[in-house]
Every structure is written in C-alpha cells, then in structure tokens.
Write a protein that binds this ligand. Structure first.
Ligand code: ASP
Length: 451
C-alpha cells in the first residue's frame, strides 16, 4: 500500500484534480490519499487556508464576515461546478463554513484551529466525491475516524504514540481513503492542527501507521535539487538522499517538505518520495534510510539568511566554572532559542535566528552580560547567513572541507564560523548575507559542476 499526499497547488482547481485522479488511478497501491486545502491558482491568488485566517480574524473582532464566507464558499463552488458534483455537497460545505462563525470566541483555545482545518476538511469531501463519480470505490475519512489523536497544543499538535494502533487498522480497508491533512483531534475531542504546512505530517504519520511501502508527497516541483534553482541555473536533481541529509538541507532553506514530516517516516523506515503532480512520470526524489544509487560525497548545498551572532569575550573565560550556564540562563529567561555556539579560548559566540531577537531583548542581553557576567566585550552581528554542504559520505572522505574553504577563499568570502557535528553529515559556514549567493555558486561549481 502507498500513501499519497497532494499539496495545495495540486488541488487548486478542477484541472489539477483531474491530474490527481489520474495519478491515483494509475497505481492500485495508491490507496490512502491525504489532501491539503486548495492552494493558489496563480501568483496573485489566495490560499484557502489564508482566506480562513482572514475570516477568523474578522469573526473574533466582531467585524462583518459575509465577504469572507462568500469568497471561501465560491472557491469550493467553482470546483464542484466544474467537476459536475452534486449540489448537496456544496450545501454541506456551505453549512460547515458558516457554522464556524457560531463557535464560541471566549475560552476556546481551539477556535483558530477549527477555522483552519475546514480548508482541508471540505476539500477532502469534494475529492472523495469526485473519485466516486469517476468510478473509484472511495470514501472520505475524518482524522478522528482514522485515529489521528494529537496532543492538546493548539496550532502545534503532535501525534500521540497511542494513535498508531488505530491507524494501523486503515490497512485492512479495501476502498480508497481520502483523509484531510493538517489536523487531528485531541483526547477531549477538540480540532487541533499541526503547524503550517502540516498536511505533510499527516501523510507521514499515516504511512508509518499502516507500514506503507512508500509515502509519495506530490507537489509542484520535480523533486529536490542539489542547490536552489533561483540561485543556480538548472541545478542537478537529487534522485536519492537519506532522511538525515534531508533534515540538514531542510534546516537551511530547502522547504519542499515540512521538516516534522521526516520523523514518522524515518522511524517507520518508510521511503518518502517527492513527486510532481504536473509531471508524474518524473522519478522525483527518494528519501531513504541508506542511499544505494547516489554515491556523491556532497548531495546538496543549502543556504539560509536571517541569522545573528552574539560575540562575547572575557579574559580567562575557559577557567570560569558555570559561565556557559549563566549565559544560557539569560537566553532562557528571555525565551530565546539559539542554534549554534562556537567557542574560542576566551571567547564564545551564540548564533541564533534573527526572528528570536527584538531590539529590547538584544539590549537586555548586552546589559546582563556586562553587568552579571562582567564580560570584557560583547557585540551583536546582524545580517548573517548559514551555508551548508550536506552528504553522509563526507565522513569517508578527507579534504571535503578543505575544498569548500578553498572555493570560498577564492571568492574572497570571509568565514565568521565553521562547524561540523560529530555525525559529519554536514559542514556549516556562517558568512555575511550579502555574499550568500556567491558562496553557494562557488561551492556548487566545486562540488557539482566539476563532478
Ligand atoms: N493548508 C495548510 C497550510 O497552508 C496545511 C498544508 O497545506 O499542508 O499551512
């Protein structure tokens, strides 16, 4: 059995849904279909999930919601009309959308999630009906019925491990199941969503639960490329990579797949395949436990901007017991999550994402470091980027970092920091954001263009 998930752009209108039908029909193993809410039909369009957010905001602020409701209902009506689906289906969806504006506003932690979930929920009903009318034995299955019981963390749910027993039962069904992605229900029967883009997570959970042969994630690109196509012209496609490599690439800018979706697939050892709804014969990218077909030392080069470094120095820091603990306590007090901590003998830097810091928090850190930790100097460096070369085979090769630093130095790119974890799956460089593109080009030239 295969689990297939279709993203919003694959479900944006009737012509896309016909492609989805063909994909499901072309392989009888594609028996469980996870769907997102309808995405953008063109660049200027609005995703249904974003329209639901606007609807929610107007509702809680007691503003007029008629236009919001109309827009969303019309969005589904267009699809229903074009596919000649029964009018009763539209009635059902209309009621569900309108009912949202009767839910209690006060003391309702799950109101936002209830609004957002309706995007996928209504879409799953339409798609199941479309499949049925096209001759498939298909059923709509609500996440509760599927067994997706999640933690009580609004907009940030996690699957409860006990769910997997019930999910496993789906494997004994003979019909094609269409399940809305993105949300589950809590033990108290509240609708609770994963974080944004979370339909990928639903697919991975179901695939792991039924021990699927594979989890195919259909999107609008042919797969994952060795570098960002916006920076490198026609980059090499990656046909195969490991979960760990994907995780590292996703950390620094490869956003094709929700990074939380990797965990259930990894634990269940389910191969995850990224494929293109608009080009389904393309093999896509397979994410597996161990690579068999791709022997490249470096499989991909990623880069992400928006990092800040807090650089601290204090004479004899190396001998001061508890210095690190006190420093991290300041960050914890300010609810700041940090990413990397490279150290020298008497100096230490904390690299974090820019979004973690506000000017007030930044000032507070500098003040407390000076007053409480009596540091000699503290400076905050903004506009930094992280560049990563990723590949499990690097641990068996000497000189990969040397090649990378040589390429960067040939382009006059200063490295503020280099770091490699003990797993040796990636080497990470911190550089100035203005040199990010040039750095990626230089590394791509070294590791791919010359291969
Ligand atoms: N529709 C949701 C979002 O836009 C979830 C998803 O598409 O995966 O975030």
């Amino acid at each position: 059995m295969k689990v297939v998930k279709f993203g919003g752009s694959s479900l944006s209108d009737a012509s896309q849904l016909k492609k989805v039908l063909d994909i499901v029909k072309s392989d009888i193993k594609r028996q469980i279909v996870i769907v997102s809410a309808p995405g953008k039909r063109d660049k200027n369009d609005t995703k249904v999930t974003d329209a639901l957010i606007k609807y929610f905001k107007n509702y809680i602020n007691h503003k007029d919601i008629t236009e919001n409701q109309k827009w969303i209902i019309k969005r589904y009506k267009d699809i229903i009309d074009e596919l000649n689906l029964p009018i009763t289906l539209l009635e059902d969806i209309k009621q569900s959308i309108e009912k949202l504006a009767t839910l209690p506003i006060e003391h309702n932690d799950y109101l936002y999630d209830s609004f957002l979930s309706e995007g996928e929920n209504s879409n799953a009903k339409i798609i199941a009906e479309f499949f049925k009318q096209s001759g498939l034995d298909a059923s709509y299955v609500h996440p509760k019925e599927a067994g997706l019981i999640v933690s009580s963390e609004p907009s940030n749910a996690r699957i409860l491990p006990s769910s997997y027993d019930k999910i496993e039962n789906l494997a004994s069904r003979d019909d094609i199941l269409v399940i809305p992605g993105f949300f589950g229900v809590t033990k108290d029967n509240q609708i609770c969503t994963f974080s944004r883009g979370g339909s990928d997570i639903t697919g991975a959970i179901i695939a792991a639960g039924i021990k699927a042969e594979s989890y195919e994630n259909f999107t609008d690109v042919d797969g994952i490329f060795a570098a960002h196509p916006g920076i490198i012209k026609n980059p090499e496609p990656i046909l195969e990579l490991t979960y760990r490599e994907m995780r590292e690439l996703a950390y620094a800018g490869f956003s094709v797949l929700h990074d939380e979706a990797l965990i259930p697939a990894y634990r269940g050892k389910i191969p995850l395949v990224i494929k293109n709804t608009n080009n389904p014969s393309h093999p896509g990218t397979r994410i597996v436990l161990e690579r068999q077909h791709n022997q490249n030392t470096v499989v991909g080069i990623s880069g992400d901007k928006g990092f800040v470094s807090i650089n601290i120095s204090k004479y004899l820091m190396n001998r001061e017991v508890g210095f690190g603990k006190k420093l991290l306590q300041i960050l914890e007090d300010l609810n700041i999550s940090w990413e990397h901590m490279p150290t020298g003998i008497d100096d230490l830097s904390i690299v974090l994402r820019e979004r973690e810091l506000t000017p007030i928090k930044e000032q507070e850190i500098v003040t407390r470091l000076t007053r409480e930790l009596e540091v000699d100097t503290v400076t905050v460096e903004h506009h930094l980027s992280i560049i990563m070369i990723v590949g499990e085979n690097m641990k068996n090769h000497i000189g990969v970092t040397a090649k990378a630093t040589q390429a960067l130095s040939n382009h006059n790119i200063n490295l503020s920091m280099i770091s490699q974890g003990s797993s040796e799956v990636s080497v990470l460089f911190v550089i100035k954001t203005q040199q990010e593109k040039e750095a990626i080009k230089a590394l791509y030239q070294t590791f791919f263009a010359q291969q």
